[in-house]
Design a protein around this ligand. Structure first.
Ligand SMILES: Cc1ncc(COP(=O)(O)O)c(C=O)c1O
Length: 293
């Protein structure tokens, strides 16, 4: 499923190629003069002038124009490897990542089913998508199954893996099974699980070995990773699609090259802040205790 894209996405990518409009991220050529920069006064380099790009205060432009850097590409490779995903694409925040992902992958006529406790950023992305949206009861697989009977077009199922308000886990393994049965694309927001759940803090998806069966994951850096930004994990085609059509990525000054460098982290000390009783899904590593006792 993750390698397979909704037909709409395949068609849009093919159209872009046919129209010679396919957008790629380019690295600035050494020694070239940048006439597209947002960095009008050159202040991004103040204090760092003699150093490499890695030391500027900001990217100076959209990543599709002058705001792409080797440091950002290297960070994406590091994050993709850490999370065992084919690719990672940086966004300026988790909010932007969810908005950029959901608003672009689903179109009018599609159906999005989302856990009713999903974060505002997921809901706002869903609203912007023009697809029909159906909430399902929190972590309720039977309710999801019932509601999927209403699906039209491409089907997306959206959930967080660890919910912040109740501290409970989504029944991801069952959700993956239902999505595979119905041909739905599963999107998992790992904002609260990143750095907290699983060996080295990889998140719940990897802890359950589901990384190859999920359409897209969102890892955010504003919580356990301790900075800001986010990455969408998914196939190369999904990444290409977002670079071409995700407006919160295209029309914003790119991710600063000095941020997000906490990856790859090792948070084995923080792995078990969890209450297994709040979900019918057993915690993957219940023997560990993070309280130091
Ligand atoms: C589940 C979830 N997703 C996304 C976000 C947004 O992340 P960020 O703070 O990086 O914009 C939050 C923030 O609270 C969140 O709880």
């Amino acid at each position: 499923m993750p390698g397979q894209l909704p037909l709409y996405i395949q068609q849009k990518l093919a159209e872009q190629r046919k129209n010679h409009a396919f957008r790629r991220l380019h690295l600035p050529e050494a020694g070239s003069i940048d006439f597209t920069s947002n960095d009008y006064l050159g202040l991004s380099r103040v204090g760092w002038a003699e150093h490499s790009e890695a030391f500027s205060h900001g990217s100076g432009g959209s990543r599709l124009l002058s705001g792409n850097f080797m440091a950002a590409e290297t960070l994406e490779e590091t994050i993709a490897a850490f999370h065992q995903a084919p690719t990672a694409l940086l966004f300026n925040s988790g909010y932007d990542a969810n908005l950029g992902l959901l608003s672009s992958v689903a179109k009018e006529g599609d159906s999005i089913f989302y856990d009713i406790l999903s974060h505002a950023s997921l809901r706002d992305g869903i609203r912007l998508s023009k697809a029909e949206a159906f909430p399902f009861l929190h972590n309720d697989i039977e309710d999801l199954r019932r509601r999927l009977a209403q699906a039209k077009g491409s089907i997306f199922v959206v959930t967080e893996s660890l919910f912040s308000m109740d501290g409970d886990l989504a029944p991801l393994a069952e959700m993956v099974r239902i999505c595979e049965e119905t041909g739905a694309y599963l999107i998992v927001d790992e904002a609260h699980a990143t750095g907290v759940i699983g060996h080295r803090g990889h998140g719940l998806v990897q802890e359950l070995h589901l990384e190859d069966r999920i359409f897209a994951r969102v890892q955010t850096f504003g919580k356990a990773v301790g900075c800001h930004g986010a990455a969408v994990l998914g196939s190369q085609d999904l990444k290409d699609f977002l670079i071409n059509f995700s407006r919160p990525l295209i029309y914003t000054t790119g991710y600063g090259c000095g941020t997000g460098t906490a990856y790859p982290f090792d948070s084995t000390h923080a792995v078990c802040r969890h209450t297994a009783t709040q979900t019918d899904q057993p915690f993957p590593d219940p023997g560990r205790d993070c309280t130091g006792q």
